[in-house]
Design a protein around this ligand. Structure first.
Ligand SMILES: [Ca+2]
Ligand SMILES: [Ca+2]
Ligand SMILES: [Ca+2]
Ligand SMILES: [Ca+2]
Length: 318
């Protein structure tokens, strides 16, 4: 079984290397055309998309963050569409990765799919990742590399498990995991610290991972401090990425100056997975029964009375 997995991993690595080299040759043309069919995009909802609407405050069709799929409650402002025909989100263009072979997922088979963009054109999965006119997000395939804890208790550290495969030609490289949680549930990931307890909407920042030299597999349990201002059971949009570069270095001058991240390039290799999490609310604490001193005396008196009555009855029956 192990040998099979190893062979499979090596075969995929070879296949991907060929694809990677091909991709490297076509990337300059791809960047110029801005329509490449080889992007991996997120699938969170976005009101900054390729469906213009002159009556909309964003210039394009509105989508809903909470509840997922509407009816319109909290507007979704996540940066998702890479080349929107309407104005881009104030948080920049959508996260994207180019055609490199590495991904998040539990088995060595390629577990990501490519598309032209998040909301239009070719998509290897069939449907586009999001469909703004029907307010339908969360349709990208292969969201399978992250395991979240069932509960995300506010201000208590939890661990997020991430696994996947990184394919390389020479020495095992260092890749990076990043994650964003919309802790204040306002439909974006740009709010930094919300609860004031070491939480951050950019919850994982460039956590380094290195693949196994033989198989390419990597895994990591990464600490995150959740924040839930209203309820520990409130749904939350989450983005997790694997990248071959440090995103804090790619987030633009605005981020360096203390603003929101603004992507200037797609990393060559990696994947984006967006999740709509519905965490379990922790059970209420069990109440301990501590009788008041007076109650204890009454109880003791009552029990003594019952014992006396039982003795009396048993004597009468003798
Ligand atoms: Ca998804
Ligand atoms: Ca897709
Ligand atoms: Ca995946
Ligand atoms: Ca937010």
């Amino acid at each position: 079984m192990k040998i099979n997995m190893l062979c499979e991993a090596r075969a995929w690595r070879l296949l991907w290397l060929v694809a990677l080299l091909t991709g490297l040759l076509i990337l300059p043309a791809v960047a110029a055309a801005q329509n490449d069919d080889v992007l991996d995009c997120g699938d969170a909802p976005s009101s900054y998309n390729s469906f213009p609407d002159a009556t909309s405050p964003t210039g394009s069709v509105l989508m809903t963050a909470y509840p997922k799929g509407g009816p319109l409650g909290v507007r979704a402002n996540f940066p998702v569409v890479v080349f929107p025909t309407a104005p881009a989100s104030p948080d920049g263009f959508g996260m994207c990765h180019l055609g490199g072979p590495s991904f998040m997922g539990p088995v060595p088979m390629p577990s990501k799919s490519f598309e032209n963009d998040a909301d239009n054109g070719f998509d290897a999965d069939g449907p586009n990742n999001i469909n703004p006119p029907t307010d339908t997000p969360d349709r990208d395939g292969h969201d399978d590399g992250v395991t979240f804890p069932a509960q995300l208790p506010s201000c208590s550290s939890v661990e997020i498990f991430v696994e996947g495969y990184i394919y390389f030609a020479a020495a095992p490289p260092e890749y990076y995991i990043d994650a964003w949680f919309d802790w204040d549930r306002d439909g974006d990931w740009n709010d930094g610290m919300v609860c004031g307890c070491a939480d951050n909407e950019w919850a994982i920042q460039d956590y380094p991972v290195t693949p196994n030299a033989a198989t390419g597999y990597f895994s990591a349990s990464i600490p995150v401090v959740p924040c839930n201002p209203v309820s520990d059971g409130a749904p939350v949009w989450v983005r997790v990425t694997l990248s071959d570069m440090e995103l804090t270095q790619q987030a633009g001058d605005e981020w360096a100056a203390g603003g929101v991240p603004f992507w200037e390039a797609c990393p060559l290799n990696g994947e984006t997975e967006d999740y709509y999490l519905r965490p379990e609310a922790p059970p209420p604490p069990e109440e301990e029964f501590v009788p008041e001193p007076g109650t204890a005396l009454l109880l003791a008196g009552g029990l003594a009375g019952l014992c006396g009555y039982a003795r009396l009855r048993s004597r009468r029956m003798e």
